[in-house]
Design a protein around this ligand. Sequence first.
Ligand code: PA5
Length: 437
Amino acid sequence: MQGLSVDFSNLKNFVSDEEFSLMEEKIKTAHKMLQEKSGDGRDMLGWLDIPSNRNEEELNKIKEAALKIQKQCDVFVVIGIGGSYLGAKAMIDIFTNNFSNMLSLSERKFPQIIFAGNNMSGKYLRNLVEFLEDKDIAINVISKSGKTLEPAITFRVLKILMEQKYGIAGAAERIYVTTDQSNGLLHDIAKKNDYETFIIPDNVGGRYSVLTPVGLLPMAVANINIEDILDGAQFASHLFNEEKIEYNDCYKYAVYRNILYNKGKEIEILASYDPCFKYFIEWFKQLFGESEGKNGKGIYPSGALFTTDLHSMGQMIQEGKRNVFETVINVQLDRSFIELPKTEDNLDELNYLSGKSIEYINKQAFNGTLEAHVQGGVPNIIINLDDLNEYNIGQLIFFFEKACAVSGYILGVNPFNQPGVEAYKKNMMNLLNNDKE
Ligand code: PA5
């Protein structure tokens, strides 16, 4: 069942049919590189098969652990950075109440979920420790390499806190580790302490790991239907494996963004009209940023939440340098059920909108903005989701994962490595190692 469709009609003044046709050979080559696993990063293509080759035993283990976590804590802390948290955070924001952590347990029906270990702020960590002191907690520490400094520091501090609270054996009951099958310091710590452990497959990189236990365990704790997410991704994995570009919106998206890039549209804004997509946009930025930004090339991925950012970035998008294109996620079904009431005095002069749903008004903002931006020289691609549900978001995840891989190959980079990330780490470690003396 297809819940995702892509509308490229607003590109007609920006990309000609000839320009599009010229790319057909390139997309065929990229398709072949993925099919035959013959391109750069070929050993990191495990994400292609995750939705179809499910490990039922592992899924059951995830669901059982999620139930145990729901029973044993008030606050569930997910420790991880980059690909080891953005996907889970994105899904939890989309599928739970905007004020979830402020609701009572009986309203929320799962523990408060907090993400940590994704920064090096002393203030954040101090505030977190103070907040957790009188709470019942469980932790999921996630790191593929098992040596990333930010989560490692946070884990050390919270592990000590938990051991003081529950004793070593009690803490071990509440610490869940997601890491490499056989390597890394975190793997060793988990083994030594007998922590329940989930595996990140060798052939799946951090930014492609949302459909592994990295994303699935925190999602399950938040009562998100992980089977439906995987079903949607599985459907998309078949739909977007069509070699002929005219039937494959994912490949079309990769081709259009490449053509736009070569015409000077070097910044892509992923936009949504719902703030619950804030972290989905962050996930997208990481996926494309780390995959494409290399060898002096790459579309700069950015994001915007409308209408909020129309009051901050709207001017720049409408009339600034014409180096931007937009991809907009548009949820079509109105489930808001909230209408603007009528008032007797109409002092705010809003009665002309009374009886209209807020979602309808938001949709008119979308339509008006689309027209203004396109006329202002900003090409727009619309990704329509017919409803906001797990199945459709599973499709959206796979759509972007595959589009990113293909985009990287068309661009001529290896989308699956991230050599540039090491530069700052090397300098930081040199500076910190001076402190050893
Ligand atoms: O996509 C990536 O590979 C990175 O963003 C990693 O996910 C991030 O650096 C965290 O790495 P690790 O899971 O090894 O701690």
